[in-house]
Write a new protein. Structure first.
Length: 470
């Protein structure tokens, strides 16, 4: 009996010790970022930008050298090896909070991922775009989608989200914005939350398209009341994806990524963020178009959920001539024009759909084309597309052939089928093409990692299909 008792106690000690170890490597480290900023707001080619990380130390004193690494995206979807571009000594005493600043200048336009490495587990990652105001793009495309979190804390990322990323890689717009609710978050302790982030990031990093992310309530664990939220959860967002709200310029246009669920300011845009937003939109009047992206909507039609100060933010958007307001949270597709702003809700990236298809339930993403002639928003219902994506075969069938109508209360809106430009038809070796309802726009040979690849660009019409293989 005594032997069994000792064995049971030993097993319990091992389990408790194992959990404590997992907790120690899953919870935010003692030295952690609680805020990230940079100046100037729009990062431009060859101009020095100062990044400031507000670091909190809840352990013993920490000192060392902050190393900043950079990884560049190429036009074929590759992400370069990390290169060291800056170093800065730092010291943060136990129980202290200090700002650590480092200045860098990037000589070439493009998308980059920065890694701020303080040593050990203390890192922060940030996607940036470096803008060249002397050579702005006249026309470009980007995607918007949101609400990919699974239906429970121990459920993996939805298959619909993986499918969406594969389609995104085949369409290959210039960049994408993900509008939040990316992990389940709620009722998740440190170990489970770390697993959720790892699962999400494995899919996020499989994208050949750079994806900016606006925070959602699930990853911040916020509720309806402003005081809600989990500070450690917000720190994990800062470490994995970077700054909570920021702006960048692309083409001739200005983009604002907003956070409707800052811990302690949940379910609204208020305080310093609201002041910053108004200032940036004021400066944005010199740009051709203005786009905002956020999780919880300011305007979402009858009976759908919005932020607490929805009317105030809606009027700010309209007053500052926001061209398109991209929103999420409600797991639907919805659109409404309130002059001069188009308000979209796109919450169908894989999370459970809670309303009827007639009321807007639709797994989808938005594909936005921007040019001198205006802004065109296309809806891509992912369940109406069939895809295969590999090194020697890329296949896409476009079965969205009939208009989809939606209605809630007295409001009606539609999603219409459109032809789609595909710029990610990339296979190893010499490509062969077959299909129906497509038109090849361009083809070229490229060398990647010492091997020959074929890149096809084609327009695919509703009802058509294309297979590129070698």
């Amino acid at each position: 009996m005594r032997r069994r008792l000792l064995l049971g106690l030993a097993i319990m000690a091992i389990l408790v010790g194992g959990y404590l170890y997992l907790y120690s490597i899953s919870a935010p480290p003692s030295l952690r970022p609680i805020w990230i900023d940079w100046e100037p707001e729009v990062i431009t080619v060859g101009r020095e930008t100062t990044f400031t990380l507000t670091m909190e130390n809840v352990g013993w004193g920490a000192s060392g050298v902050l190393k900043v690494y950079i990884r560049s995206f190429d036009r074929y979807g590759g992400l370069g090896e990390p290169r060291l571009i800056a170093e800065q000594e730092y010291s943060v005493g136990g129980g202290e909070t200090r700002n650590i600043s480092v200045s860098i200048s990037i000589p070439e336009e493009g998308f980059y991922r920065l890694i701020f490495d303080f040593g050990g587990r203390t890192k922060a990652r940030q996607l940036i775009y470096v803008y060249d105001p002397d050579n702005p793009r006249e026309e470009y495309r980007f995607a918007f989608f949101a609400d990919n979190r699974p239906g429970g804390p121990l459920t993996p990322q939805p298959e619909q989200f993986k499918k969406l990323i594969r389609i995104l890689n085949i369409v290959r717009p210039d960049f994408a914005i993900l509008g939040g609710d990316i992990v389940y978050g709620y009722r998740s302790e440190a170990v489970v939350l770390a697993w959720q982030w790892s699962d999400f990031l494995s899919i996020y990093e499989s994208s050949a398209v750079p994806i900016f992310v606006a925070p959602g309530n699930h990853e911040m664990k916020t509720g309806e009341a402003p005081s809600t939220g989990d500070r450690d959860a917000q720190i994990l967002f800062l470490m994995n994806l970077g700054r909570l709200y920021y702006s960048f310029a692309y083409g001739k246009d200005l983009f604002l990524i907003l956070d409707t669920d800052i811990v302690g300011e949940a379910n609204m845009i208020t305080g310093r963020q609201k002041e910053w937003m108004v200032e940036m939109l004021g400066e944005g009047q010199s740009y051709r178009y203005r786009f905002t992206a956020m999780h919880k909507p300011a305007f979402s039609g009858p009976a759908y959920r919005t932020i607490t100060n929805d009317k105030e933010v809606t009027e700010i958007f309209r007053g500052y001539n926001v061209t398109v307001a991209l929103q999420a949270h409600n797991h639907i597709f919805y659109k409404r024009y309130l002059e001069p702003t188009w308000f979209y809700v796109s919450g169908g990236a894989g999370s459970p759909l809670y309303v009827s298809p007639e009321e807007g339930a639709l797994y989808h993403m938005l594909l936005i084309t921007v040019g001198e002639e205006g802004v065109e928003v296309k809806v891509i219902p992912t369940e109406l597309f069939e895809e295969r994506l590999g090194e020697v075969e890329v296949y896409l069938r476009h079965s969205f052939t009939n208009e989809i109508s939606f209605r809630r209360g007295d409001e009606e809106w539609v999603a219409e089928p459109r032809e789609i430009l595909l710029q990610g038809l990339l296979v190893r070796g010499e490509a062969k093409v077959e299909g129906d309802g497509y038109e090849i726009i361009h083809r070229t040979d490229v060398e990647l990692d010492g091997e020959r690849y074929s890149l096809i660009e084609a327009v695919l019409r509703p009802g058509g299909w294309i297979r590129v293989y070698s």
